[in-house]
Each structure stands twice: as structure tokens, then as C-alpha cells.
Write a protein that binds this ligand. Structure first.
Ligand code: SAM
Length: 318
């Protein structure tokens, strides 16, 4: 379906749970117990994916919280892939449970795997996530690469004083010399961290270019989704992307509709307007999704609705 600004909305991001075994300070603020009570069931998720397909979505990404925490994650994947018109299934994960799950995820229809990793320093990793689990995540990445998904991407949020110095950026970038992965540096968005704390933590995209002066522009300069500018270290099999929602807005290319783990539909990541499809029939879910898409703002800075605090990313799913 097209929205009011002629953008084709064909990409559903579905958050399956607000629960996460990591406690990244910029993503997660406080308990998710009230949200957990409303977690979508497999049946409810099926209605939502079917309705999204009905209005033209062909791509679904499962996120969270941590989607691999769901006991029925493989059933959810198989269900999504069995919905007519859904061609591509992605999953975004913190990588903790990935190594042992990759084969089954692939067999269950997952095409694209995104792994979040902000540092390759074990102490910094513990400080950011609250878990001593860097090795587990790195082996998840290695296993995902071996398993032969259509794409494996690593997402790193830039954080001042944590991973924005030359050594930290270069350490992450070295993963692209080892693996054919897309490593994407992402500017911090105002979510769990807002106001002065946000300004203290925000790092602009320029940190990447300062740390990696030899980056080469790659091809058309954009990834398939049109959100990342792509580069490459000379001779590296993998690529380096820069996603800068704050310094250069790419809302005009947005193709997404988000459904959260409690069935709330969010037309824009950075605006707090929401609709609900929890427990609705297929027909009503189609109607509400269309309504939400009709209210998708032109861009997150356009002055409509409540902006400024995107809420908790672990509820929204990024
Ligand atoms: N648990 C999964 C994971 O770690 O990838 C999926 C959920 S997580 C909310 C999805 C993505 O959102 C992660 O890559 C995370 O780094 C990113 N994210 C969370 N808070 C963010 C923020 N304030 N700004 C930018 N990205 C953020």
C-alpha cells in the first residue's frame, strides 16, 4: 500500500516480546512486566502478518526485546514464511542464543540475520549489556556466516566515550575484513536515553570517517533498504554502512510499519502515536493497519504528533 506521500509500505517489523536478557542502557529502561502480560500469541501474530501481506507487505522482520527468547520462535518463523506474498523474513537478535539456533532458523525460513554488537572489547561489552557474553555473540556471528543466510548484518550503535574512539571503531570494522558481513554504525536515537543524557551519549556519523580514513565508497552508495550509506575497507569481503537517522533523515525512503509486542501499531519509530490490533479479526486488523499507514508522518521532524521520546526500544523493536 502507498501512504499519503507516495511511499510504498511493504515492510512489517514485528516485535515478538519486550523481554530481553541484555540490559543495554540506551534501549532498555526499567521492568517490562506490564508489557509481558500482553505479548502477542502465535495466532495473533499470524493474523497480523496475514493482514500486513494483504495490504502489500512482502518483507517481515522479527524483533523484540530478544526474539530468540520466545519458546515458539521457530513456529513463528515458519508461520511467517507460510503466509502468501511474504517473500523475505529477517530477524534481529542480540546474538546470545544464535550459535545453537542458526540451522533451525534457516530451516524455518529465515533469510536475513541482523546481530547487534556495539563493541569487541569484553569489558565494554559487559558495561553496555550487563552480560559477560561477547564470546557467545561472536560465535553466533561466525555460525550465522557459515550457515549461508542471504545476508548477515551487524548493527553497532555509536555511543560517546564507549565505542566512538578510533580503536573501538576500527576493532568493529575489522569484522568486515574477517567475514562477508555488513557492519552498520547507527546514530543513537532518543529512546530510553533522552534530554541531557542523550546529548551526552550521542555521536555523529563523522566519528566513523575519522576513525576509518581509508573507507572506499561502495557501488551505488546505499544498501537495499536505502537507509545505510555503504563503504568498504580496501580488500575487505564485508562492507561498512553508516545509518544516520539524526544527522540526515531518510524518512522519504521509509517503507516500514511496526507492530509492537502488545499489538500496538506504530506508523513512525520516532513518534509516539499508536493504534492497536491486539485481538482483532483479520478484517479489522487490515482496516487498522491501513488507518495507521494513512497517518504515517512525512518525516519524524514534521511537527505532528508527539515526538522526542520514542519510548523504550525494547518494546518497539528498533
Ligand atoms: N534484542 C534484539 C537486538 O539486540 O538486536 C532486537 C531488539 S533491539 C531493540 C533492535 C536494535 O535497536 C538493536 O540493534 C539496538 O542496538 C537498536 N537500538 C536500541 N535502542 C536504540 C537507540 N536508542 N538508538 C539506536 N538504536 C537503538
Amino acid at each position: 500500500m502507498e501512504d499519503l506521500y507516495s511511499r510504498k509500505i511493504d515492510y512489517l517489523r514485528l516485535s515478538l516480546t519486550p523481554r530481553c536478557n541484555f540490559k543495554c542502557f540506551y534501549c532498555d529502561s526499567g521492568s517490562c512486566e506490564p508489557l509481558m502480560r500482553n505479548e502477542l500469541s502465535l495466532k495473533e501474530a499470524e493474523v497480523i502478518v496475514g493482514a500486513a501481506a494483504e495490504i502489500g507487505c512482502t518483507k517481515v522482520r522479527l524483533t523484540g526485546g530478544e526474539p530468540l527468547i520466545r519458546r515458539d520462535i521457530m513456529e513463528v518463523c515458519r508461520m511467517v514464511k507460510s503466509v502468501p506474498h511474504i517473500k523475505t523474513l529477517g530477524i534481529t537478535t542480540n546474538g546470545f542464543y544464535l550459535a545453537s539456533a542458526v540451522e533451525e532458523l534457516k530451516a524455518s525460513g529465515v533469510d536475513l540475520v541482523n546481530i547487534s554488537l556495539d563493541t569487541v572489547d569484553p569489558d565494554v561489552f559487559r558495561r553496555v549489556t550487563g552480560r559477560d557474553a561477547l564470546d557467545k555473540v561472536l560465535s553466533g556471528i561466525a555460525r550465522a556466516v557459515q550457515t549461508g543466510f542471504s545476508a548477515v548484518k551487524i548493527n553497532a550503535v555509536l555511543l560517546r566515550g564507549i565505542n566512538d574512539d578510533g580503536k573501538a571503531v576500527a576493532g568493529l570494522a575489522a569484522l568486515t575484513e574477517r567475514y562477508p558481513v555488513d557492519l552498520r554504525f547507527i546514530e543513537l536515537m532518543p529512546a530510553a536515553v533522552t534530554g541531557k543524557d542523550y546529548l551526552r551519549s550521542f555521536v555523529s556519523r563523522s566519528a566513523v570517517f575519522e576513525a576509518l580514513p581509508h573507507l572506499e565508497k561502495n557501488g551505488a552508495g546505499c544498501d537495499g533498504e536505502g537507509v545505510a550509506e555503504m563503504y568498504r575497507l580496501p580488500g575487505a569481503p564485508g562492507r561498512i554502512g553508516v545509518i544516520s537517522p539524526m544527522s540526515s533523515c531518510f524518512c522519504h525512503r521509509c517503507s516500514r510499519i511496526r507492530v509492537l509486542s502488545d499489538g500496538s501499531v506504530r506508523p513512525c519509530l520516532l513518534k509516539n502515536n499508536e493504534y492497536s490490533v491486539k485481538g482483532l479479526s483479520f478484517e479489522d486488523t487490515v482496516r487498522v493497519l491501513k488507518e495507521a499507514i494513512r497517518h504515517k508522518p512525512q518525516d519524524y521532524k514534521d511537527g505532528s504528533g508527539a515526538t522526542g521520546n520514542a519510548g523504550r526500544m525494547k518494546r518497539i523493536g528498533g
